[in-house]
Design a protein around this ligand. Structure first.
Ligand code: CTP
Ligand code: CA
Length: 225
């Protein structure tokens, strides 16, 4: 019965998803990163695949297994993620940027291990990484649907609307990362869907259920416009 009831409403669509954290190296053994587990991105990839899409997942370093039919491209740095997105984004109909991309990277990479001998304090100068979602929005093809995430601790909806317009996205999935049961390394999420003309507050759901709500919104609403 479940088989028969399964929606195949993404049949024929190519879906690109970014997931997980990035690593920004200081030297061969040290990097700056964040707490992203990749669970939300993998849940999105699996949902899209079940609904009939051809799925490509560009993932930072995570500890998750998924279906062999989902194409995974592994990257470490934001700059590598950016290069892959640039190369393949035009082949895709729906692009979802759920990765927790590091905003900054060390300005200088030292190719040998940094030694502590001569140092009492150690200062790291950081420079900005490319904004991958913004780039995809700026170069959006006709009919492409672009979805971003937004990690916020205050003014959730206002800040997400700002990202929606500034990055030329069709939907921002807003995340209050201070709320219990939301954000990093848990199996649930509490999000608000923010589009140009709709704001939908969802209750606490599993990341799998959140993924399903996001694709419902894309299929029932964004694809029809
Ligand atoms: N993003 C991206 N490339 C970056 C930074 C962010 O593609 N270099 C994407 C994220 O994947 C997410 C969206 O942009 O879909 C918003 O990320 P977020 O960190 O919430 O916002 P920022 O625009 O980076 O702004 P800030 O961190 O200052 O709130
Ligand atoms: Ca950021």
């Amino acid at each position: 019965i479940e088989r028969i009831l399964e929606k195949k409403d993404l049949e024929g669509k190519n879906v690109l998803i970014t997931a997980g954290p990035t690593r920004e190296y200081l030297d061969p053994v040290r990097f700056i990163s964040n707490r992203s587990s990749g669970k939300m991105g993998f849940a999105l990839a699996e949902e899209a695949y079940k609904r009939g899409a051809k799925v490509t997942l560009i993932s930072g370093p995570v500890n998750i297994q998924t279906y062999a039919s989902i194409e995974i491209i592994n990257v470490e740095t934001a700059s590598q993620m950016y290069d892959v997105v640039k190369r393949i984004k035009d082949e895709h109909d729906i692009l979802i940027f759920s990765a927790a991309v590091a905003d900054f990277r060390p300005k200088d990479f030292k190719s040998t291990k940094i030694k502590k001998d001569q140092l009492e304090n150690f200062y790291i100068e950081l420079e900005k990484n490319p904004d991958i979602l913004r780039y995809a929005g700026e170069t959006k093809k006709n009919g492409q649907i672009i979805v971003g995430f937004s990690a916020e601790t205050e003014n959730i909806v206002e800040n997400s609307q700002k990202k929606l317009y500034e990055k030329n996205a069709d939907l921002i999935v807003a995340n209050n990362v201070l709320q219990e049961g939301a954000g990093f390394d848990v199996d649930t999420n509490i999000v608000t869907l923010v589009s140009k003309d709709k704001i939908i507050e969802l209750p606490k759901l599993s990341k799998k259920e959140v993924a399903s709500k996001i694709f419902d919104f894309i299929v029932d609403y964004l694809c029809k416009k």
